[in-house]
Design a protein around this ligand. Structure first.
Ligand code: GDP
Ligand code: MG
Length: 437
């Protein structure tokens, strides 16, 4: 993948004392090849490496920094610049504000519509109406209804109607009448760009004057993504791009070249099927991620957001006093699960992402632990020392595990408690503990 290749290209520079025309040329060639391999448009890759070269050669070589590190920094900054420099928010103007979702079939429009509704509702405190504008497949309407249910957002549908323009217009009227200030219109897509679809979505745009049009594209589509983006942009002049399925074995190339070719900012990245697997796009962080530095900032932010600070303080107190018990442990598991997909989180840690590429981690890792704890009596959870041999047998039977597994959990719990007592930090230690099970 791109990260590996870029890493290799930086190795070429390692050990070199300074950046010269020669060593820079060699690594630039590698970088260009890596970008093209990752489906970055040839011209974009060429322009990019030209700019990196100009920057690199113009630099005074700092004695404190190795040329490889300096190049990494230059490439990172340029990459971030190429993807948009700064992050941009979505425009929600008008009453109601209308957001139109466009893209090919299967790109992830409907899933994203649900996620965006969730985000706007919870983060911006707005009332949201989802509109089922894909009238061609009955299943599409049901799919949106299910997602709407999950995130607690009303879904506007017109059973039997085959006119998405009319539906969108009616939905806006409905929103206005019901004091809903945000309308998200999910639309139909074809497998490839086709004239009828383009006319239809252009007509929806004209009818409801969206304040934000988002073009949704599957990150795995590679080079084709650029052409599709261009055609949609010619017709719709969209405001931003949503890159989906970044949780897969992703080639970051699409992110880089779409931005460069249509000159529209990337606004969101979607990385999973759960409704909270949506991140606001940060160019610097994406650059870091592509370069393999890990998305630490996102990780920390996400952890902070989800982790109940009150709870953290309470646990810390208990830890210091050595009162941490299995009930607290269950609470911690719940907190960790709330943060979303574990693999998702783990992949943001530098060096870990790659190692986990082919490993399945999911919330099931906690199942056994939870089952064992649930089979203990409340007293035992508070004071595991009460658990004797015959109780261990009962707990194992009750949780469908073995006495050895119960013993293992008790031992780990004990070790961790000792460890945590010394660090008394909370969340990161728990994550570590979970990882060892
Ligand atoms: P639409 O045809 O553009 O509305 O696309 P859908 O939202 O129906 O998504 C198509 C398929 O991709 C579905 O199976 C989704 O569950 C899946 N999908 C959508 N977004 C993501 C994502 O970010 N990650 C993963 N892994 N799958 C996704
Ligand atoms: Mg759909």
């Amino acid at each position: 993948n791109l990260t590996d290749k870029l890493e290799r290209s930086f190795k070429i520079l390692k050990g070199e004392g300074r950046i010269t025309e020669i060593n820079v040329a060699e690594s630039l060639k590698e970088i260009r090849r890596a970008l093209i391999d990752a489906d970055v448009n040839y011209k974009v890759a060429k322009t990019f490496t030209d700019e990196v070269k100009a920057k690199a050669l113009g630099q005074n070589v700092l004695t404190a920094v190795k040329p490889g590190q300096m190049m990494t920094k230059i490439v990172r900054d340029e990459l971030a610049e190429l993807m948009g420099g700064t992050m941009s928010d979505i425009h929600l103007e008008g009453s109601p504000a209308v957001v139109l979702i466009a893209g090919l079939q299967g790109s992830g429009k409907t899933t994203f519509s649900g996620k965006l509704a969730n985000l706007i509702k919870s983060k911006k405190g707005r009332q949201v109406l989802l509109v089922a504008g894909d009238v061609y497949r009955p299943a599409a309407i049901d799919q949106l209804k299910i997602l709407g249910d999950q995130v607690g957002v009303e879904v506007y549908t017109e059973e039997g109607s085959k006119n998405p323009v009319q539906i969108a217009e009616n939905a806006v009227k409905y929103a206005r009448a019901n004091h809903i200030n945000t309308v998200i219109v999910d639309t139909a897509g074809r497998l490839a760009v086709d004239e009828q679809m383009m006319q239809e979505i252009a007509a929806i745009k004209k009818a409801v004057s969206p304040s934000e049009i988002l073009f949704v594209v599957d990150a795995m589509t590679g080079q084709d993504a650029v052409n599709t983006a261009r055609e949609f942009n010619d017709r719709l002049d969209f405001d931003g791009v949503v890159l989906t399925k970044l949780d897969g074995d992703t080639r970051g190339g699409a992110a880089i070249s779409i931005r460069a070719v249509v000159n529209k900012p990337l606004k969101f990245i979607s990385s999973g099927e759960k409704m909270d697997a949506l991140q606001v796009f940060h160019p610097e962080r994406m650059a870091d991620r592509i370069l393999g530095m890990g998305d630490i900032v996102s990780l920390v932010e996400r952890a902070q957001e989800q982790y109940d600070e009150e709870e953290a303080r309470r646990l810390k107190k208990k830890l210091v006093k050595d009162q941490f018990n299995f009930n607290d442990f269950l609470t911690q598991i719940t907190q960790i699960k709330k943060m979303g997909n574990l693999k998702d989180l783990a992949s943001m840690i530098p060096g870990v992402g790659k190692a986990l590429k082919n490993v399945e981690i999911n919330d099931d890792v906690f199942k056994q632990t939870e089952a064992i704890i649930h089979s203990m009596t409340p007293k035992e959870r508070e004071n595991p020392a009460l658990i004797n041999g015959s109780r261990k047998q009962r707990i194992a039977a009750g949780s469908g595990t073995t006495v050895q597994e119960v013993n293992r959990l008790l031992k780990q719990f004990d070790d961790t408690r000792k460890m945590m007592k010394t660090v008394a930090g909370g969340m990161p230690q728990m994550a570590k503990m979970a990882g060892r099970m």
